[in-house]
Design a binder for this molecule. Structure first.
Ligand SMILES: [Zn+2]
Length: 257
């Protein structure tokens, strides 16, 4: 019997390595580059990185966030994504144990990390993630919670609600506030989490959106139009819902129901 502390340590290392792969996805997917080839390179001087420059988190800290040869700064986003992915795996284990559901929720959360950063940096939510995500989310729901019924309603409620909001916004303001990327993202979230957690995601995302939007307005840096893309809030809301949503919903209905 392996002790839980050892499992947590191994999962944190595994999660950080997955985070390293997520960084490759984040950099290459919006640029239409292959994920498999070539190996990791400095994005500034193009030199291939050796294994000891590729250790998640550790290399960045040891090299003080710079390329060893050209000294170009390496974004703090890299170690942040690696730490976040490690946290996702450890949290999924602490809530779901070593189960298929825990693994699916952790991998789903990883996809959300990629979507969060690509929407933040490029204002795009790659179809290469969201469209297969809807199908995969529905298929795993055939055997796992929330079940295919809730999953199907989740896709329709998630995608449909956002589509209606996007349409209403477009008609009222005469410009696009939400893109079809957000609609597909919420469809994917519904497929994996079911309609209850899709609604929780929308509540969390709107709350985060109003806090950040309010901060933008109060700091005098512009209005909501200049705030972050909505997909970033949806991704963060769904990440929280994917890992902690079930306890939150149980607590809410246990408390008030
Ligand atoms: Zn370099």
């Amino acid at each position: 019997m392996i002790s839980p502390a050892v499992i947590i340590l191994l999962l944190a290392i595994f999660g950080a390595c997955i985070g390293s792969f997520l960084n490759v996805c984040i950099f290459r997917m919006p640029r239409g580059e292959s994920l498999a080839w070539p190996g990791s390179r400095c994005t500034s001087c193009g030199r291939a990185l050796s294994w000891y420059e590729n250790i998640p988190v550790v290399s960045w800290v040891v090299l003080r966030g710079r390329c060893r040869t050209c000294r170009a700064p390496v974004s703090w986003m890299y170690p942040t994504v690696e730490v976040l992915a490690a946290l996702v795996f450890v949290s999924a284990y602490s809530l779901y144990g070593l189960t298929l559901l825990g693994a699916v929720r952790a991998l789903f959360a990883c996809a959300l990390i990629v979507l969060f950063v690509t929407d933040l940096q490029h204002k795009i939510l790659p179809n290469a993630i969201t469209l297969p995500g809807i199908v995969v989310g529905f298929l795993v729901s055939l055997v796992l919670p929330p079940g295919w019924h809730d999953s199907l309603i989740g896709i329709l409620v998630g995608g449909g609600t956002l589509f209606a909001i996007a349409e209403a916004y477009y008609r009222l303001r005469g410009q696009e506030g939400l893109g079809m990327g957000d609609v597909k993202l919420l469809g994917m979230i519904g497929a994996f989490l079911g309609w209850k957690l899709v609604l929780l995601t929308l509540v969390l995302a709107s709350f985060a959106g109003s806090v950040v939007g309010g901060a933008f307005i109060m700091s005098g840096r512009g209005n909501m139009q200049y705030a972050l893309p909505f997909g970033t809030f949806l991704s963060i809301g769904a990440l929280v819902a994917a890992i902690w949503g079930t306890p939150i919903v149980d607590w809410y209905f246990g408390f008030y129901g």
